[in-house]
Design a binder for this molecule. Structure first.
Ligand SMILES: Cc1cc2nc3c(=O)[nH]c(=O)nc-3n(C[C@H](O)[C@H](O)[C@H](O)COP(=O)(O)O)c2cc1C
Length: 328
């Protein structure tokens, strides 16, 4: 898949996810085969008000490429300036958020609210495209609700003003996450545009990625929640798409070691005080689904220090190694 000058091959992407797709997790996803990663959503207004958190979210690892920085907002001028800031920070592409369903975002007309206002949506996209020299992409839900599936028409308008790819999360804003994704929305967009269409929503297993591409004609697949505690998903999907072969999932030991690596990188980047609370849910995800993990996962919720977190993972490792010996 080609996004402007960027070759994304194989086209298997990590979804932008607030609180998850920071540079520590993006690095793990990349080593496991995610060929394009995007930052968490950065609020354009906050960025232009020099918010430290926004700048932090735009930080990229040295040599991290290709990478997109996602911006959110609905004022064309503010979004154009935020996009220039993203370009200065080393982004290979700027992605515009038109999917976020959160009330505090949509009440400002941002995120998925833009799906209901074609004129503003096109003005935002057009201003961003003109402001930067890197490709611009848009990630959007299918529409506000099932009576207003606006993504196909919007995608066509965005292509006309110079967008280089669109990612479609196959749900409406009103679906939140309550309904399963309807991949037909991706097909409907694909029929309307010549630029690459990236399908997103409920890809949980390698077979889902293949089915999505076959059913919709999507040029690429974007994976979000299935990567929680399981960055290997990108490798399994890559292998399956290339050869039709299934890789075995990671062992409990491998998962614990990946959790430890993730923890260490987060502490390096954010410092212990911020990183450890943020790692509570992530460590619990690494331990999930393995025999005997419930009591360790409960302990994750209380972690406050790096030593506590390391001790927990080490105890889990001992437990997992014992189990693996018993199983073999
Ligand atoms: C915790 C969380 C945070 C998210 N944050 C963002 C975000 O910042 N920007 C965005 O475009 N989508 C965001 N999303 C939506 C995902 O990118 C993706 O569209 C959605 O989870 C559906 O894909 P999946 O079924 O593979 O998880 C978020 C989703 C989750 C679960």
């Amino acid at each position: 898949m080609q996004i402007g000058p960027i070759l994304v091959d194989p086209p298997i992407l990590l979804a932008p996810m607030a609180g998850v797709s920071n540079r520590a997790f993006r690095a793990l996803a990349r080593t496991q085969g995610a060929t394009l990663c995007t930052t968490e959503m950065v609020n354009a207004n906050a960025l232009l008000h020099q918010s430290a958190k926004s700048y932090w979210m735009m930080e990229l690892d040295p040599g991290e490429t290709p990478v997109g920085i996602q911006i959110a907002g609905s004022d064309p001028d503010v979004m154009a300036r935020a996009a220039q800031e993203a370009e200065r920070h080393g982004a290979d592409l700027v992605d515009i958020n038109m999917g976020c369903p959160v009330p505090k975002v949509v009440k400002n007309g941002d995120g998925s609210a833009l799906l209901t206002d074609e004129a503003t949506a096109v003005a935002v996209v057009s201003a961003v495209v003109q402001a930067v020299n890197i490709p611009v992409t848009v990630k959007m839900r299918a529409g506000w609700d099932h009576d207003a599936i606006t993504a196909p028409r919007l995608a066509q308008r965005f292509e006309e003003v110079g967008v280089k790819a669109v990612a479609i999360h196959a749900r409406t804003r009103s679906d939140q996450y309550l309904r399963p994704a309807n991949w037909d929305f991706i097909r409907q967009v694909k029929e309307r545009v010549a630029i690459p269409v990236i399908g997103n929503g409920d890809v949980k297993e390698p077979e889902d990625a293949l089915r999505m591409m076959e059913q919709t004609g999507a040029d690429g697949v974007m994976i979000g929640r299935a990567a929680f505690g399981d960055p290997w998903i990108f490798q399994r999907v890559t292998r399956y798409l290339a050869t039709g072969q299934q890789m075995s999932p990671p062992s409990a030991t491998e998962r614990a070691l990946m959790g430890m690596r993730h923890l260490h990188r987060m502490v390096e980047i954010k410092g212990e005080r911020v990183a450890v609370p943020e790692m509570r849910k992530q460590l619990a995800w690494y331990l999930k689904g393995t025999p005997g993990s419930a009591k360790y996962r409960r302990r994750c919720q209380q972690l406050t220090t790096q030593v506590d977190a390391e001790t927990l993972v080490e105890e889990w490792l001992d437990h997992a190694r014992d189990q693996e010996l018993t199983w073999s």
